[in-house]
Design a protein around this ligand. Structure first.
Ligand SMILES: Cc1cc2nc3c(=O)[nH]c(=O)nc-3n(C[C@H](O)[C@H](O)[C@H](O)COP(=O)(O)OP(=O)(O)OC[C@H]3O[C@@H](n4cnc5c(N)ncnc54)[C@H](O)[C@@H]3O)c2cc1C
Length: 467
């Protein structure tokens, strides 16, 4: 591990010269606020030494130059909705907060793109595009709180990834500050490009270890005017999960295929104060959305979808109105009151293996004392498990989490999957990244990181152990 210096009064003075004294905070309350993101286990939190708010790309670059000069680690932070400990300053130093760089600079209707600073809220970008009749297709469930820089850094997925892909598919170019403090724009507003390495794609999804995203040019799409939203209700997990391959085979091109197990359905209905049909009957829901530009297609698609749901054994097929989507969106939030400490998991497998994976790991979880909830962006093979610690002792919790993960990760790799589909590795899964990644692939990643960030200043302790 690289050796860092503590934040000194001299560094604080230099930081104040760059961003202004009001944007450099070291009071106990501020440091305490930024010791965690969505992490709930106090043992995994870590205090920064200083929190700095940047107002421009130039300020970000100047902070990075200082951090390299003083050899102090920097953790970039957007809204702190990371569920993989990505925004926790695990090695102390500077938390660099991007939330003040929040201007949506341009929505270009004719050329269909948006330019936004990294601290723009995702939902604000979605709404600004919608106001012009356009779609920004990035749509994580946390869209109301997370920021576009955080989405790009994690390559966030979400509800619409089945049809439109993840965040990296929504981006033309990014203005970044490199780990050593240089400013550059990677990528371009082009439909195709074979001009050298595709560095923007390398930085996107690097979880803030290869560059700080300061501004992005985003792709916008025509907003489909018609939508078909259906919730299929199943009393049998086996039957529910067969819907996914059938939908794909039927060529219905869904925008979303979201799975909620009975635990999540019940807790989220209670939390949202919405009583959905069958929510107390131990059933699971599969929500399917389709979009179309042609009104005539709506009825035909609806009919075909209902037919496939019934054939797969749905006990009920409902219109998935706002109430259903609210329940889906509130799933994670709804478990907060059930256990002070919880662990979110994010696994991805080939789409044709999603059914096997949900069944196998739900069964596996029954061996342990924690309660497990399961959600899936089923249409893109991405599963989320929420484990609730409840009254378990710390030792038993750690032991059982470890045992479950060892089984789950090996199993997922045996199916051709990976240990994160959208949340990233953060600090939480570094050990698993080191253990399960092909050694040559891991060595390539480490060589890239070392070349771009020789002092390991930018977000150290995340994704992998570089030294
Ligand atoms: C209720 C809930 C629902 C969620 N739903 C989804 C979902 O559907 N899909 C999904 O993918 N995720 C989801 N998440 C996880 C999380 O919202 C995403 O990972 C999101 O992209 C993080 O954005 P943020 O602005 O909160 O970033 P942060 O949490 O602040 O940071 C995330 C990571 O990016 C780095 N980073 C932040 N900003 C920058 C920057 N400007 N430049 C470089 N690096 C940076 C940080 O160091 C950290 O490693 C959910 C989380 C919650 C709590």
């Amino acid at each position: 591990m690289a050796k860092y210096n503590p934040v000194t009064p001299e560094l604080l003075e230099e930081l104040k010269k760059v961003v202004g004294a009001a944007n450099v905070k070291t009071d106990a309350e501020t440091l305490d606020r930024f010791k965690t993101d969505e992490e709930t286990d106090p043992r995994l939190m870590h205090l920064p030494e200083v929190v700095v708010w940047a107002n421009s790309t130039e300020e970000v670059a100047a902070v990075m130059k200082l951090a390299n000069r003083f050899v102090v680690p920097v953790t970039p932070r957007s809204a702190g909705t990371s569920v993989s400990d990505g925004a926790i300053p695990v090695l102390g130093g500077i938390v660099l907060n991007m939330e003040k760089m929040n201007k949506i600079i341009e929505i270009n209707e004719d050329a269909m793109y948006a330019v936004a600073e990294a601290g723009s809220r995702t939902i604000d970008i979605q709404m600004a595009a919608k106001a012009k009749g356009l779609l920004y297709a990035g749509d994580p469930c946390s869209a109301e709180s997370c920021l576009i820089g955080g989405n790009i850094a994690t390559n966030a997925g979400g509800n619409k990834a089945v049809r439109y892909g993840t965040t990296r598919n929504q981006v033309f170019s990014v203005e970044v500050v490199t780990p050593t403090g240089e400013i550059t724009t990677l990528g371009s507003r082009l439909k195709k490009c074979s001009t050298g390495y595709c560095l923007e794609q390398l930085v996107m999804g690097s979880e803030g270890t290869l560059g700080i995203i300061c501004k992005a040019t985003l792709k916008l799409l025509p907003l489909p005017p018609y939508k078909v939203d259906v919730a299929a209700v199943y009393d049998d997990l086996d039957k529910a999960v067969t819907l996914v391959p059938n939908l794909v085979k039927a060529g219905l091109e869904p925008t979303s295929v979201e799975f909620m197990d009975s635990n999540f359905l019940k807790s989220s209905c209670e939390y949202s104060e919405i009583k959905l049909p069958h929510c107390d009957e131990g059933v699971c829901y599969l929500i399917v959305s389709m979009e179309t530009f042609n009104e005539d297609e709506v009825d035909a698609k609806m009919e075909k979808l209902a037919e496939i749901c019934e054939e797969s054994g749905a006990i009920d097929v409902l219109e998935a109105d706002d109430r259903v989507w609210t329940v889906r969106r509130n799933c994670l939030e709804s478990t907060r009151s059930l256990s002070k400490i919880a662990q979110s998991d994010d696994l991805v497998v080939p789409v044709d293996q999603i059914a096997n994976c949900i069944k196998r790991l739900t069964e596996e979880a029954k061996k342990y004392d924690f309660t497990m909830f399961c959600l899936a962006h089923a249409g893109d093979g991405n599963l989320h498990f929420q484990h609730m610690k409840g009254d378990m002792s710390d030792e038993a919790w750690e032991e059982q989490q470890h045992a479950f993960h060892e089984t789950a990760y090996s199993y997922v790799y045996s199916l051709g999957g990976r240990i994160s589909g959208e949340h990233g590795i953060g600090a939480k899964k570094v050990y698993a990244m080191e253990k399960y990644t092909d050694p040559v692939e891991l060595a390539m990643m480490k060589a890239i990181k070392k070349a771009l960030d020789p002092l390991d200043i930018l977000n150290p302790g995340k994704v992998m152990n570089v030294y």
